[in-house]
Design a protein around this ligand. Structure first.
Ligand code: SF4
Length: 321
């Protein structure tokens, strides 16, 4: 089987939601921001062809929500015409509570869909996303995608993305079990909340430390192994898992960075292109001398810079053997 080469295309900064922890807030209303509200279809089309000519065969659309781009179906069709084997959509899925839209999306050749959802409890989800009735719409969208998967029209099972934060932490295991048992979802990615300062007054309500999540991580690892649910965690370093389990092979199953497939990102809204893993390690993350003593020093992608400014030293213990 041919190896997949993955490009992620970020199309604009528009979104139909206002998730409280989303970094879109940072730039959405900033007049000096270089991000564009709308990237025209022609530009997106040219990028699709550009990457096809560089032998990329898997394309991901995200940032922020492709579902409300006026040319969403044409974008997918262009990707199909360019012979991309995988066409991935990351979406809040709100508009896909409408079955006809889901059908059109899948028939335009979306092969894999990943839905951002942060709780199975209405009061938490609606609060985090700041849109009322959001949860109901999203659950309906999940049912719609599942229906098309069962009919063999959608190629892959849907997966979900959860941002782990102070609001959903205590119910996170129940949330994952809900999606597994009620919505038949077996692939869940949990992203650790970015402790960024744009949250300002909300900061203390959402930001958590690695130490605070240990108990729930343990429960999540337990249910993942027991029910064979694929649960992966983003931006939580290996040494945190090591406090729970000392087995490297088990830990490896849970580290998202080991599965992060994206090779390059083309941010059309700002006109920048960059090699993703390189940027992640060298610009977004930080390590200190503790990491130099750790056996994972080379393979680990370390700690987010923002996190380092708040917690770091007393929590991160290098793994020596
Ligand atoms: S390299 Fe640093 S952050 Fe990574 S596991 Fe080791 S101590 Fe933790």
């Amino acid at each position: 089987m041919q190896k997949l080469k993955h490009i992620e295309i970020n199309i604009w900064k528009a979104c139909n939601n206002k998730c409280i922890f989303c970094m879109s807030w940072k730039v959405r209303f900033d007049k000096n921001s270089w991000y564009k509200w709308i990237v025209e279809f022609e530009k997106i089309k040219n990028d699709i062809i550009y990457y096809k000519n560089l032998w990329y065969n898997s394309i991901w659309f995200l940032w922020w929500d492709i579902s409300i781009h006026p040319n969403i179906y044409e974008i997918l069709e262009e990707s199909k015409k360019a012979w991309f084997e995988e066409i991935n959509i990351i979406t809040n899925a709100m508009i896909f509570s409408d079955y006809e839209k889901v059908k059109k999306l899948v028939l335009s050749w979306a092969t894999r869909v990943n839905i951002s959802i942060h709780s199975h409890k209405e009061e938490i989800e609606d609060y985090l996303t700041q849109i009322k009735w959001w949860l109901k719409k999203k659950l309906k969208a999940i049912d719609n995608f599942n229906k098309l998967y069962k009919k063999w029209i959608l190629k892959s099972k849907i997966s979900i993305n959860i941002v782990l934060n102070k609001k959903n932490l205590s119910s996170i295991t129940k949330t994952c079990l809900y999606f597994y048992t009620i919505k038949n979802i077996k692939d869940i990615r949990i992203n650790f909340v970015r402790p960024d300062l744009w949250m300002k007054e909300n900061f203390k309500n959402f930001v958590i430390s690695y130490t605070e999540i240990l108990f729930e991580i343990k429960n999540l690892i337990y249910i993942s192994l027991k029910y064979n649910i694929r649960i992966t965690f983003d931006t939580i370093p290996i040494c945190i898992f090591y406090k729970i389990i000392k087995n490297k092979y088990i830990i490896d199953k849970f580290i998202w960075e080991k599965f992060d497939k994206i090779d390059e990102i083309s941010d059309l809204s700002s006109g920048r292109k960059f090699e993703w893993k390189n940027k992640k390690t060298n610009e977004l993350k930080y390590k200190n001398e503790n990491c130099n003593k750790c056996i994972y020093n080379i393979s680990c992608q370390w700690i987010r810079k923002e996190y380092y400014n708040i917690y770091w030293d007393w929590e991160i213990l290098p793994i020596i053997n």
